[in-house]
Design a protein around this ligand. Structure first.
Ligand code: NAP
Length: 553
């Protein structure tokens, strides 16, 4: 194994690693486990004061797993983890997922290589030494041959720029940066929730039950379906454990990494009555399955999509008693092309006397002020403002770090026109820097813990390959990112995703360029990256290891 070389001029206490991992969520924790098992010197850094990443920060009321179903949203690499952790509910809440991740950190003895409460402030590539030089928020200088960005696809909070919002004098919380050290008390207070994505929809019914009055500020009405959460049947868990090897294999070959066998029936193959019966059955059971397991063409055919869209609109009209309010809640985009939402009593919340729905399309915000928010039609006094406004998704956290690659080029310069990558794992001009759940990987449209394992394994094997061949640096060869972008786009064009403004396309962030940066091929993607590894990494420029071990750079 080659030595890691420190640059004396950088700092007296420069610390050297083979790999620095940014982020201690599902991805970073597994990356640490699998890289360390190969004898690599690995260190993980995370800004939070607990492991868990997204599951540590998103403590807002109602936060739950949306992926179907416990125990399948979990690590697959260890049978002990599967057998020893008991999931109490089908859609586990945030506290349970965080407990699971803490259990894993202890069980796999990860903590000794994780530094919490420490942000990575900068990272720059040094060509002579073929090393990354990294600085932490504690001022520590680090050096490593490889950097793995496991910083989360949904972790850079989108703080809306609305006139006067900084003058609001009440309490204000972003769902993705929920206080870690106190419970937010809504009792007797006038609350406003801005945003009706998954975070807003999950929190609104709970906040409505706790507060004096709730004002929901809705820009885009959403399709949400019942979560169907309930205690997990012990027999179901026993069966999942007994058949775990088979289930794991199946998750790797289904489009979204789900354990369920996807339907091969097209919506148009059924009569309207048959479709209604199918949708009703899935609606009653609850969960994502109504979108991913009923008809195979919901994401590819507008007619099919409209059949489910209209089914849900009918449900809204049926649940919400006031027809005027129901009308404001009717979505008009293609269902599922924004991230599908699961809820627990969301639409019914609008039947409550203490809830007001403001349709911001018809009645836009004029300004916030110290005591509340003024929309075109009038004033809404509030004590607590909940920003459920989402994230600068997929690329935001990496862009905030804005590493410097070969020749000092910054990531933001490279990504000015498009979010280029090769295999969604590497970036041109950024040698030895890997991403987990980066742009142009399946990331957010696949079972994320499983995807993190598969991507981390690929990174581990790549590093071992380099070490075995005496290679010092790897990066995408010129132009290969363009071809990869075309491949990603060709998969996307088979679907309806690009037709909708969403965080998948970057449309939720003013000024961000539009690019559907998710590889929707799931299993085909993982087969492709495995093939690249097996063929000796075609498409990559590989550099021999420099003999230089120290340099003032
Ligand atoms: P989101 O889906 O991006 O929703 C943000 C909401 O805020 C949208 O309703 C958006 O309206 C609104 N918004 C943003 N900026 C606004 C502005 N300036 N003025 C008015 N409205 C504004 O964010 P999220 O709800 O946090 O969810 C993000 C993703 O995280 C989810 O899609 C999901 O993948 C993940 N998540 C998962 C779970 C889970 O169950 N496991 C829970 C929460 C989140 P527009 O739609 O008009 O842009």
């Amino acid at each position: 194994m080659s030595s890691t070389a420190c640059i004396p001029a950088a700092s007296n206490d420069c610390r050297e690693f083979d790999v620095i991992v940014i982020g201690a969520g599902f991805s970073g924790m597994y990356a640490l486990h699998t890289l360390r098992a190969q004898g690599l010197k690995v260190r993980v850094y995370d800004e939070g004061h607990n492991v868990g990443g997204t599951w540590n920060w998103n403590r807002y009321p109602g936060a739950r797993v949306d992926f179907p179903v416990a125990p399948y949203y979990c690590y697959t690499f260890s049978d002990e983890l599967m057998n020893e952790f008991d999931w109490p509910e089908r859609q586990p809440d945030q506290a349970t997922v965080l407990r699971y991740l803490n259990f894993v950190a202890d069980r796999m003895d990860l903590r000794r290589d994780i530094e919490l409460g420490t942000r990575i402030n900068s990272a720059s590539w040094h060509e002579t030494t073929q090393r990354w030089r990294v600085e932490t928020s504690r001022g520590t200088q680090l050096e490593a041959q490889f950097v793995v960005c496991a910083s989360g696809a949904l972790s850079s909070a989108n703080m809306p720029k609305i006139p006067g919002i900084e003058t609001f004098a009440g309490e204000c919380y972003h769902t993705g940066r929920w206080p870690q050290d106190k419970d937010v008390d809504f009792a007797g207070k006038r609350v406003a929730v801005l945003g009706t994505g998954s975070s807003g929809v999950q929190s609104i019914p709970i906040i409505a039950r706790q507060c004096k009055h709730l004002t929901v500020l809705q820009r885009t009405p959403q399709y949400t379906v019942p979560a169907g959460n309930r205690p997990v049947d012990p027999a179901f868990i026993a069966e999942a454990r007994a058949t775990w090897p088979k289930v794991k294999r199946r998750m790797r070959v289904t489009p979204f990494g789900s354990p369920f066998i996807a339907s091969t029936t097209r919506a148009k193959d059924h009569t309207p009555e048959q479709r209604r019966e199918v949708y009703e059955r899935f609606w009653q059971v609850g969960g994502f399955n109504i979108v991913i397991d009923t008809y195979c063409d919901l994401f590819t055919d507008e007619f099919a999509n409209e059949t489910l869209s209209e089914f849900i609109r009918e449900k809204i009209r049926g649940i919400v008693k006031d027809p005027e309010i129901a009308k404001k809640l009717l979505p008009d985009y293609l269902v599922g092309t924004k991230r599908q939402i699961l809820d627990e009593g969301y639409y019914d919340t609008y039947n409550r006397d203490n809830v007001t729905l403001v349709d911001l399309r018809a009645d836009p915000i004029v300004e916030f002020h110290a005591g509340g928010v003024r929309t075109r039609s009038g004033d809404h006094p509030i004590d607590v403002l909940v920003l459920a406004t989402g994230f600068d998704a997929i690329t935001g956290t990496l862009q905030r770090l804005n590493p410097r690659g070969r020749g000092g080029v910054t990531l933001n310069e490279c990504w000015k026109g498009r979010f280029s990558s090769y295999l969604g794992l590497t970036i041109p001009h950024f040698p030895n820097l890997f991403m987990i759940h980066g742009p142009e990987s399946p990331g957010v449209l696949f079972n994320m813990p499983l995807g993190a394992e598969l991507e981390s394994d690929w990174i581990r094997d790549c590093i071992l390959h380099m070490r075995s061949k005496g290679l010092g640096a790897i990066e995408p060869a010129p132009g290969v990112d363009v071809a990869w972008g075309e491949e990603v786009a060709s998969f996307a064009r088979m679907t309806l995703f690009e037709k909708t403004d969403s965080w998948y396309t970057g449309a939720n962030i003013p000024g961000k360029h539009r690019q559907f940066a998710v590889h929707v091929g799931g299993p085909q993607y993982f087969a492709k990256i495995a093939e690249v590894a097996a063929s000796g990494y075609p498409g990559f420029a590989l550099e021999q290891e420099n003999t230089v071990t120290t340099s003032a750079a």
